[in-house]
Design a protein around this ligand. Structure first.
Ligand SMILES: [Zn+2]
Length: 706
């Protein structure tokens, strides 16, 4: 059976064999290199006898890990101070007898009724002053002193009980932090925010100045006058940016409180958390969260995945594998390390979506593993008998008979195990990075630039264009070292200060290619319009001035013409640019601004800067980024793919012993083909291939460079 090594194990080094500006990336491995398959399991829903039958079926499927108990507080502590782990002990030991270890969770996403009755300050309050009542989940205030104590106590109890149990190998804290409306407006939160603001600004005059509160006579006379900002379009945008910073910090502190409680009682066992919304969660600064965890996990639902919930979008969308690819890149970036998928999609979702047809689970799983997942736990083992998620899919249906989903998972585990050695030793290596800045996302969240514009959608456009060029892309934060990348795209980098401008300048002057876009370098870090000519502090770098910034009405488009005469369209927003050293790559093609530059390229130091003045269609971005990558010496993983529904991912050994490999994943139900740029060997058959290579419907292939 695969084993987890100690979390304190030193990190290893990934030595790139690709040409690169700096060919070294450190991945802290933390003993997570072995592959595990399993499921989210709920023994509290079934009889002890059924747990035994489930363990047998899991073992027969090749599973080795389950996650349990993230909502089971009422079973662990039915009355305050009275603990009962007997039912969980039975499950842990029964599963272990069949070779299956356990990831146990703190159950704090669902405080039981006795908590709420005895400690009413735990209740969260909505922005309109209503109390969030018992009956759903996450009805707690993250700053409630009572809840902090209760959370620490239950984490201590779990950590103490399973401290010496070798079958409990890791802990998950809470569940999908900040997934639901996380902003609490209770008196505790108001007072804590006031203290946070006082600590940040020092004096009320400084707060009034930096929030720009002379507008609409909003100045405060003292910190205790400050109302907790509400997220709506009429609130001061500087205050709402700080509201989002404040609550993100509160939840990171809350995660840290639980992580420390586990480490105090179960030293040496790693602590993780399951990031919601496939990593597209934007309310919680994942980079700061990651620093408090030993490794990160993600709940990944590629088929249901839209930005709904995150952005209130209830519309459907066209499935494209680049969404889940970007989700995995986000997760990998959080600690620049391997991760676990604590909830993997097993079939249908709560809402009608694309059918999960035979073969699709195999490609979804391989995509997760290729990007660095070391455990894939399907959600959930059996259809929930009750509750709001009783229509969610599962490995087993309610009658517990193994059917198509179980058989497919069993088969894919068996096939994957044949290449476990390679899969568990490889990580993606990218020469292109996409900058994700949570501050910019939050500052653009008020709908002021355009009610339909969304920061992460804009980033995804760039990710998709690179995906379709078969170029690996990493996600980076403002604090990361960008110098190891040849190309950095930083869409909608709204907030700028001299330090950020200097970091952009240094990246380019040392030879990097930087892509900036509309809605960039307009405001300072307090979300106040900057007084300089746009793009602020970056005129010299970009070789342009922005003459006008213009939003587009609803679904209107602006016509573009690339320099080769190809027509394209822009959405949401467009800048009218004048050239001050840059050359035009595309121009607008309508109204009074026909012929005005829409995209530009400027040389600076040893590098170049491309400025894209609108949100162009994907074909334009695909051509633009493909050309920029090619001119920068980046070789695509493959060429001439017969479908955009095919992912190629170049991966390298994490210990230097395994050289360059290539994952090919066909997400379509038809046969597809690509051109390989050099000879490869198919793993594990050791069959040599080169040139045009064909994949069967939903086929996944791992190739080793010959
Ligand atoms: Zn509160």
């Amino acid at each position: 059976m695969p084993s987890l090594r100690n979390a304190s194990e030193e990190g290893r080094t990934l030595q790139s064999t690709l040409s690169s500006r700096a060919a070294l990336i450190v991945y802290p491995i933390n003993g997570l290199m072995n592959l595990h398959f399993g499921a989210a399991y709920y023994p509290e829903h079934v009889t002890p006898e059924r747990v035994v039958e489930d363990a047998i079926l899991m073992q027969e499927a090749g599973m080795s890990l389950v996650r349990m108990a993230e909502f089971a507080w009422i079973r662990m502590e039915p009355e305050e101070g009275i603990y009962d782990f007997s039912w969980l002990d039975h499950a842990v030991e029964t599963l272990a007898a069949h070779g299956i270890r356990s990831l146990l969770c703190t159950p704090t996403a669902t405080p039981p009724k006795w908590v709420m009755d005895k400690y009413p300050d735990v209740y969260q309050y909505h922005a309109d002053g209503r109390r969030r009542e018992f009956g759903a989940r996450r009805h707690y205030c993250v700053n409630s002193p009572s809840y902090l104590q209760l959370s620490k106590r239950i984490a201590h109890a779990i950590g103490t009980h399973y401290r010496d149990n070798p079958n409990v190998v890791a802990y998950q804290i809470d569940n999908e932090l900040m997934a639901e409306d996380p902003y609490c407006h209770c008196p505790t939160c108001v007072a804590k925010f006031q203290a946070w603001a006082k600590d940040k600004f020092g004096s009320i005059d400084e707060l009034n100045r930096r929030w720009g509160l002379d507008f609409w006579s909003q100045c405060y006379r003292s910190f205790d006058e400050i109302a907790l900002p509400k997220l709506n379009s009429h609130q001061n945008p500087s205050s709402t940016l700080d509201l989002q910073r404040f609550f993100s910090e509160c939840f990171v502190e809350y995660a840290d409180l639980q992580a420390r409680a586990i480490r105090e009682t179960s030293p040496g066992k790693p602590v993780t958390h399951n990031i919601c919304s496939c990593g597209f969660l934007y309310k919680l600064d994942l980079n700061k969260l990651g620093k408090r965890l030993d490794f990160v996990s993600v709940d990944n639902y590629p088929i249901s995945f839209t930005f709904e919930g995150e952005y209130g979008n209830t519309g459907d969308f066209d499935y494209h594998p680049s969404y889940a690819s970007m989700a995995m890149a986000i997760t990998r970036a959080t600690k620049r390390a391997p991760f676990w998928v604590t909830e993997a999609q097993s079939g249908r979702t709560l809402r009608p979506r694309k059918l999960v047809e035979p073969g699709l689970l195999n490609v979804l799983t391989r995509q997760e593993l290729a990007h660095g997942a070391r455990a894939v736990l399907y959600f959930s083992w059996r259809t929930f008998p009750s509750g709001v998620e009783h229509m969610l899919s599962s490995v087993l249906p309610s009658d517990s008979k193994p059917r198509r989903t179980y058989r497919e998972i069993k088969e894919l585990i068996a096939e994957t195990t044949k290449i476990e050695k390679e899969l568990s030793s490889l990580m993606p290596r990218a020469e292109v990075a996409l900058l994700r800045d949570f501050d910019c996302d939050w500052a653009l969240d008020d709908g002021h630039p355009h009610p339909d514009f969304r920061y992460l959608r804009h980033l995804h456009n760039y990710y998709q264009a690179l995906f379709e060029n078969h170029v690996n892309t990493d996600i980076v934060s403002p604090e990361d070292d960008w110098s190891i990348y040849k190309v950095l795209a930083a869409p909608s980098s709204l907030l700028i200060d001299e330090a950020r401008a200097e970091k952009f300048r240094r990246f380019v002057s040392e030879g990097g290619t930087l892509v900036l876009t509309c809605l960039s370098a307009m405001r300072d870090m307090d979300n106040i319009n900057r007084p300089e000519t746009l793009p602020s502090l970056l005129n010299d770098l970009c070789g342009i001035e922005i003459e006008e910034v213009l939003p587009l009405k609803f679904q209107d488009k602006v016509k573009l013409l690339s320099n080769d005469g190809t027509p394209h369209e822009g959405s949401y927003w467009f800048d009218l640019l004048s050239l001050h050293g840059a050359e035009a790559l595309a121009s607008y093609n309508e109204q009074w601004f026909t012929g005005t530059p829409a995209a530009t390229l400027n040389s600076y130091g040893k590098g170049r800067v491309c400025y894209v003045g609108t949100v162009p269609d994907i074909p334009y971005l695909r051509n633009l980024l493909g050309t920029l990558c090619s001119e920068t010496g980046i070789t695509p993983n493959v060429t001439e793919a017969s479908t955009p529904l095919l992912e190629s991912l170049r991966v390298l050994g994490t210990d230097g012993a395994i050289g360059e490999h290539l994952h090919l994943i066909n997400f379509s139900r038809e046969e597809q083909s690509v051109n390989l740029h050099s000879p490869y060997v198919v793993i594990p058959e050791n069959r040599e291939v080169s040139g045009r290579f064909t994949l069967r419907p939903f086929e996944t292939i791992l190739l080793r460079k010959a």
